[in-house]
Design a protein around this ligand. Structure first.
Ligand code: BG6
Length: 507
């Protein structure tokens, strides 16, 4: 409730949001995600004073570890990957609340042990029965784990205590499997207690899309078909598939990141202003945008997939996808995908949204480029403006976080030559504090029960409806085009834009 004093309210909003008594159980604690992202994020939150003093972390995995072994694993991962400096006293307090439960997912005795561990922590650390279960496990185990939680009465806390499920992506591999998975989860947890992770929504720069659009007046009037020529959303990675062959082969780049991260970026870029920033209003607007997405009639012409071939990256020779360990040498899995979409509504009719992603591309960069139409009339000689491109507003999601506006300016001198210049906002220059990692924000939000940055199942399903016909088309038609590692992807992707009289940005 707001007080009579607006100044105090403004200050209150700046107070840190601190989680109440609670604990986190991570299934799949030996995996990469847990080691590189989740455990360091928990430590960073503790270091920032955002976790309650008795916070407890329980690991569950098929390892013969004691609590101390688990704490050692967390310690190593924190030392290697955490964002904030290591402080012994913070670590000690956190480590006191660490427990490990060995077992596989159908081990009833292990789930009973988990239950006893949680009860003990409630008494010893005051966690109050409030626990989130983080499923950082291969998707085929999602149903089993949630069913086991129910069977052992872990899905509901005592009294007012909450129990929440955090589900990592991929949420299904098509619409049908996503619907089935959703049914299983909702038999066990109420929707308000299910948190589906799309870690892009936890990124500062992604949340800033909403600030840019709706906290300012100068952008939104131009943010529509009358001024925008097209929008390019790029998520390029320089890494290959690393040790993730088992997960990646058969899934591919479109299912891995377009279905979730890129379509979420599209939804935030295209949606109307929500009535407020509560989860319901946001979902309503994102869903409207996603359900208005229209696929091109000719998927052969307006979608492209590729697969990286042997090449050089950062001065190192790298293997092609088909030569990577664990990959079927006949694999048709895409490591690059580009698709053209339109949004069939009054704001965006006729404006193409080009989405592309790929592994082993020229460099790591994620950006949203809103490219504006050329001026309807130019009083200048064509020779004066021959080097002038189109105005653009580029949201630099990562790694060089910020926003760039590109426009034409007169080149100093005696003639009226006009060339592109840029105006830049860089996080590093405007803010002293570095951005929290996406997983810090998202884990904190789970503990606070704040669902704003988590996609609802309707969004997940709507996104599969967009991707399924493309995947079906690709299944039936040919193979992905090979592209040399370290380049900007298959030639067909350039041709796809050239046919529309446009070209991809070279970030
Ligand atoms: C994950 C994908 O969701 O996002 C990975 O499964 C990808 O394939 C990763 O590498 C990229 O995340 P970020 O935050 O580094 O852009």
């Amino acid at each position: 409730m707001s007080s009579d004093n607006p100044l105090r309210d403004a200050q209150d909003r700046r107070l840190p949001r601190i989680a109440g008594p609670s604990g986190l159980v991570i299934f799949g604690v030996t995996g990469d995600l847990s080691r590189k992202k989740l455990m360091p994020a928990v430590y960073d939150l503790a270091n920032r004073g955002l976790l309650p003093p008795g916070f407890s972390l329980v690991g569950y995995a098929r390892r013969d570890w004691a609590d101390e072994d688990f704490a050692q694993v967390v310690h190593d991962s924190v030392k290697e990957h955490s964002r904030t400096p290591f402080r012994e006293e913070v670590w000690q307090q956190l480590a006191e609340g660490m427990r490990f439960v060995p077992g596989d997912f159908d081990d009833d005795a292990a789930f009973e042990k988990l239950k006893a561990t949680i009860n003990d922590l409630d008494k010893a650390r005051g966690t109050g029965g409030n626990f989130a279960f983080y499923l950082s496990v291969p998707p085929k185990f999602f149903p089993k784990v949630v069913q086991q939680l129910k069977k052992h009465g872990l899905n509901e806390g005592p009294g007012d205590a909450w129990r929440r499920a955090v589900i990592e992506k991929p949420f299904g591999h098509d619409l049908k499997s996503a619907e089935e998975l959703n049914q299983v989860i909702h038999q066990v947890f109420r929707s308000r207690n299910v948190f589906r992770i799309d870690h892009y929504l936890g990124k500062e720069t992604v949340q800033n899309i909403m600030a840019l659009r709706f906290a300012n007046t100068m952008f939104e009037p131009l943010w529509n078909r009358s001024y925008v020529d097209h929008i390019q959303i790029t998520m390029a990675e320089d890494i290959g598939i690393g040790g993730r062959a088992g997960y990646y082969d058969g899934i591919g780049s479109a299912r891995d990141v377009i279905q979730n991260h890129l379509l979420q970026l599209l939804a935030l870029t295209a949606m109307e202003e929500p009535a407020s920033f509560d989860a319901n209003s946001l979902v309503t607007e994102k869903l409207k945008a996603l359900s208005a997405v229209k696929l091109p009639d000719d998927l052969g012409k307006h979608t492209v997939r590729g697969q990286y071939a042997h090449g050089w990256q950062g001065g190192e020779e790298v293997l092609g996808y088909l030569e990577e360990e664990g990959i079927n040498p006949q694999s048709k899995t895409d490591t690059y995908a580009a698709i053209k979409l339109e949004i069939d509504n009054r704001r965006w009719a006729g404006v193409p949204f080009y989405l592309r992603t790929g592994k082993r591309l020229g460099r790591r960069v994620t950006e949203i480029a809103v490219v504006f139409q050329r001026a309807p009339h130019s009083p200048f000689d064509t020779t004066d403006t021959q080097e002038l491109g189109q105005n653009a507003l580029v949201i630099r999601v990562q790694p060089d976080e910020g926003i760039t506006i590109r426009f034409g300016s007169k080149v100093p001198g005696t003639s009226m030559e006009i060339r592109d210049v840029t105006m830049d906002f860089a996080y590093g220059e405007s803010f002293t504090e570095s951005s929290p990692e996406a997983y810090e924000r998202l884990i904190l939000d789970v503990l606070l029960g704040d669902a704003n940055l988590f996609p609802r199942h309707q969004e997940v399903e709507e996104s599969w409806k967009i991707l399924d016909p493309i995947e079906e088309y690709w299944d039936k038609h040919g193979r992905p085009e090979q592209y040399t590692a370290g380049t900007w992807g298959p030639k067909a992707a350039d041709e796809m834009l050239a046919r529309d009289g446009r070209s991809w940005r070279r970030p």
